[in-house]
Design a protein around this ligand. Structure first.
Ligand SMILES: Cc1ncc(COP(=O)(O)O)c(C=O)c1O
Length: 358
């Protein structure tokens, strides 16, 4: 077995990266002595308060194990089973959660909206809501937004305000999948509050794992009423950690001195560097604006095959079929970018008939 190809840093997913030092140190510090279980511990209180500081508001915070449960349980708390959730056709809740949102919401249906670069087309919301108003149709109740999106693009503050206005007119609540919220904050140069509760978001799934935490997301309710009995929902859904301090302590490590933003800024910068290195190569097309830590590229088939043969891992099923998704992480280095671009340069040169470039 080629151990190098299984251990070297890859661009397949920001989940491939390990735990960043700030999160790890906090976890180690939390591993002292005994603490109260099930979230009634000092680390969980501290992490929740830091989240309140970051968002500059009072909010209810719950730590769960992963993004699928954060999305599913938060959506379930905004819906009755006969409601529907409007989401982009490429949204994680539709394409990558195995029906969990519908399952946890007892059958609430996800209705799909179009839009370029995985961003919901504002004009599609009202027609989708008013298409049917009869008793036979699942009543639209929630607008689900992903920030940053599944293809790494971001909604600007103005776009979010317009979406929130449409949601208000249609009496929709807003849930935000923020698996890469940190990347969006630094990309926009916005404050966290501007792109969350000030933009009408009722509940945010604040991503930790892609940012550098081992595992876990924070479900942040800005609409306090909607958080009622969410703790029971977490427990029933298998998302109440007994040793909660190990889910919450890493958040303290990330938030207390701004590591969450530094790490996200770095992964975004690496994606920009990767884009710059591969965009000029023959036969490469960058499929979406590179705004956060993702580069989506169309590669010649031969070059994609060659990259896989050389041990590079990346997915081609996440955006539009065939686009290679290249994700940068908190630990991606400029030399990783160079190594990938060098291999791709050689293979694209061969594919375009130019021979090998050294
Ligand atoms: C946009 C988005 N939302 C949510 C998630 C979280 O999913 P998971 O349940 O794998 O932690 C991911 C992970 O890939 C994602 O990309």
């Amino acid at each position: 077995m080629n151990t190098q190809s299984t251990t070297r840093r890859q661009f397949a997913s920001d989940n491939y990266a390990g735990i960043c030092p700030e999160a790890f140190a906090a976890m180690a510090e939390a591993n002292q002595g005994h603490e109260v279980s099930y979230g009634n511990d000092t680390w969980t209180e501290k992490a929740s308060n830091l989240i309140r500081d970051v968002f500059e508001t009072n909010c209810e915070v719950f730590f769960v194990f992963n993004g699928t449960s954060a999305n599913s349980l938060s959506l379930a708390s905004l819906c009755q089973s006969y409601h529907s959730i409007l989401g982009h056709e490429q949204a994680h809740i539709e394409t990558a959660e195995c029906g969990a949102p519908e399952f946890f919401a007892n059958g609430s249906k996800v209705l799909l909206l179009p839009g370029a670069h995985a961003k919901i087309d504002l004009k599609s919301i009202e027609p989708a809501v008013h298409r049917r108003t009869d008793i036979h149709y699942p009543k639209p109740r929630v607008l689900g937004l992903t920030q940053a999106t599944e293809v790494g693009t971001v909604y600007s503050c103005d776009e979010l305000r317009a979406l929130a206005e449409a949601a208000r007119r249609c009496q929709l609540r807003i849930q935000m999948d923020g698996a890469r919220f940190a990347n969006a904050v630094v990309a926009l140069g916005a404050t966290p509050k501007e792109i969350s509760w000030q933009a009408g978001v009722d509940v945010l799934c604040f991503g930790g794992s892609k940012n550098g935490i081992a595992l876990g997301e924070a479900v942040v309710f800005f609409n306090l009423e909607l958080a009622r009995e969410f703790d029971y929902r977490c427990k029933q859904g298998g998302q109440l950690a007994s040793k909660m301090r190990f889910l919450s302590a890493p958040w303290v490590g990330m938030l207390q001195d701004g590591a969450w933003l530094r790490r996200a800024r770095h992964s975004n910068a690496m994606a920009k560097a990767l884009e710059a290195a591969i965009r000029p190569l023959p036969g490469i097309e960058i499929a979406h604006p590179v705004q956060t830590n993702a580069v989506f590229a169309r590669l010649p088939d031969e070059a994609a095959r060659g990259m896989h043969e050389r041990g590079w891992k990346f997915y081609t099923h996440v955006g539009t079929e065939g686009e290679a998704r290249l994700m940068c992480s908190w630990d991606t280095t400029p030399s990783d970018v160079e190594a990938f671009a060098r291999d791709l340069g050689e293979l694209t040169a061969q594919a375009s008939g130019g021979g090998s470039v050294k």
